[in-house]
Structure formats: structure tokens, C-alpha cells
Design a protein around this ligand. Structure first.
Ligand SMILES: NC(=O)c1ccc[n+]([C@@H]2O[C@H](COP(=O)([O-])OP(=O)(O)OC[C@H]3O[C@@H](n4cnc5c(N)ncnc54)[C@H](OP(=O)(O)O)[C@@H]3O)[C@@H](O)[C@H]2O)c1
Length: 245
């Protein structure tokens, strides 16, 4: 362990991405120690590096050895990485999740893992036009994202899979959050709200072993201002069905 490294931080993988960075900000807001894992720390020294309680560490979900260091001593893990190249989904969205699960098991981990996935990944949506488009946007992206989910569901680790709808860069807490299961819905949701839900899932036992879709209703459609975010997060996972073992 390097001097100054927090002993049991929350580890955010893909912390330089837009949802990853929102997770880091949310954790910072809550006063948590964070290990922000990115492929090139120099790229994020001025942004993530400037945050209180945040250490920026090199790590690549495709590189098991780098994950051993990045995940060591984690109190919780948020996987917010996603492949950036056309052929990258297999290595990042699928194998990357498998690598993380393997390393956590190797380290005897019992910490919660939250995977940021996507609405419409389920095979029963295979003919949905948006799913087809996304599978073509990055080669088999949705197929590999689903395979990544499956690895986590079968890993024996305490997990939550959060499947957001179309992501926006709106601020957190502006809309009414809508949670569902069964991968039958689509909609939009702010990355900042996804981050708040991912962070909340780490510490809520009702989120354990659960796969959920997350969208939102804008204030106008919800008939006025939504309840404050903290209130919305309280009990958000209550009553959700755990995945079949
Ligand atoms: N866009 C949408 O509307 C939408 C809708 C539903 C779900 N989603 C899903 O939500 C998640 C977050 O999306 P986003 O748009 O916020 O993310 P994003 O900005 O595209 O960030 C993804 C991050 O993953 C990192 N990454 C790529 N390969 C990696 C590797 N091998 N190891 C570690 N990190 C790696 C990249 O980091 P570098 O800085 O190193 O390049 C990048 O910053 C993704 O899984 C996405 O598929 C997106």
C-alpha cells in the first residue's frame, strides 16, 4: 500500500467516464474515501485528483494484475467502465466484469459490487430497434453487457446490477426516479442520479442480489417537483425481487 492510500475506500472502476466521475463526486459529497481507477491517471490528475478523499490509481479492467492492486482493501466497488473502441465490449463490458469478480473472489472479498449496465440488455429484447442499434454502435455491446451481468449474478458475490435508460448530464435530484424490473421499460435518467443510486446500493441490504432498471420522470411529467433526492433514495430498493440463484 502506498503512503497516503485509504485503507478501505470505495473503488470506482472507469472513474474518468461520465457516470464514473459522477459516482466519485457523489462519494466525495458523502465524505467517503474513494479510489478512482482509470487507465491513465495523468489524464485525470486535475479533475479527479483535485477532489477531497480521492486517490487516483491506474487500473484497466482488462488487466487482472492491475486489478489486484486497484481492488485491494475495497469496502465496495462500482463498475462504471465501458469499452470505448468498436471491438472493445467483449474485453471490457464482459471480460472486464469477469476479471473483477475473479480478483474479488481471489481476495476473499465480501464487499458489495454495483455494476452499471443498461436497459434493454436482456436477450428477450433482441429485436428492439435501440438494442440492435447499440449492438452495431459497438460490436455486440448489449450482448456482452448482458454476459457481464450474468457473470456477476453467478459469481456468489454480493452485487447489484443497475440498468439505466438513456443517460443525460442533468444535475441530480431534478426528476422523479423510476425503478422497475424485468427489462421491459426504457426512458432517460441523469448520470448524476445513476451515481446516487449506485452509491446508495452499496450500503442498502435490500439492493443485494438485485437487477433493476432505472429511469426517471421529469418534474413536468411527474406533476411537480420531485421529493428531495435523499428521500427518493430511502427505501428505493425495498420490495425489489432478488434475482433467481
Ligand atoms: N450513453 C447512454 O445513454 C447509456 C445508456 C444506458 C447505459 N449506459 C452505460 O452506462 C455506463 C456509463 O456510461 P457513460 O456514458 O457515463 O460512460 P463513459 O463516459 O463512456 O465512460 C466509460 C469509461 O470507461 C473507461 N474504460 C474503458 N475501457 C476501460 C478499461 N479497459 N478499464 C478501465 N476503464 C475503462 C473509459 O475510461 P478512459 O478514461 O480510460 O478512456 C471511460 O471513461 C456504460 O456501461 C454505458 O454502456 C449508457
Amino acid at each position: 500500500m502506498q503512503a497516503g492510500m485509504a485503507r478501505s475506500p470505495v473503488v470506482v472502476l472507469g472513474a474518468g467516464g461520465r457516470t464514473g466521475a459522477a459516482c466519485v463526486s457523489r462519494l466525495e459529497e458523502l465524505g467517503k474515501d474513494v479510489r478512482a481507477v482509470v487507465r491513465d491517471p495523468a489524464k485525470y490528475a486535475d479533475t479527479l485528483g483535485g477532489k477531497k478523499g480521492v486517490e487516483v490509481v491506474a487500473g484497466d479492467v482488462a488487466d487482472v494484475q492491475s486489478l489486484r492492486g486497484a481492488l485491494k482493501g475495497a469496502s465496495g466497488v462500482i463498475f462504471a467502465a465501458s469499452g470505448t473502441g468498436y471491438w472493445s465490449a467483449k474485453g471490457v463490458d464482459y471480460q472486464g466484469v469477469a476479471n473483477v469478480a475473479d480478483v474479488l473472489k481471489e481476495q476473499g472479498g465480501s464487499q458489495p459490487v454495483v455494476l452499471v449496465s443498461s436497459c434493454l440488455v436482456s436477450p428477450h429484447n433482441r429485436w428492439h430497434p435501440i438494442r440492435i442499434m447499440l449492438n452495431n454502435f459497438r460490436w455486440s455491446l448489449m450482448d456482452y453487457k448482458y454476459k457481464g451481468e450474468e457473470v456477476l449474478r453467478k459469481s456468489g458475490l454480493p452485487y447489484t446490477v443497475v440498468r439505466p435508460g438513456g443517460l443525460t448530464d442533468d444535475p441530480a435530484g431534478q426528476a422523479q426516479l423510476v425503478v422497475s424490473q424485468g427489462d421491459k421499460s426504457t426512458g432517460r435518467v441523469a448520470r448524476a442520479d445513476v451515481a446516487a443510486v449506485a452509491v446508495a446500493a452499496l450500503s442498502d441490504s435490500a439492493a443485494r442480489g438485485v437487477t433493476l432498471e432505472l429511469t426517471s420522470k421529469p418534474a413536468e411529467a411527474a406533476g411537480g417537483s420531485p421529493p428531495p433526492l435523499a428521500q427518493q433514495l430511502k427505501g428505493l430498493f425495498a420490495g425489489l425481487r432478488a434475482d433467481a440463484a
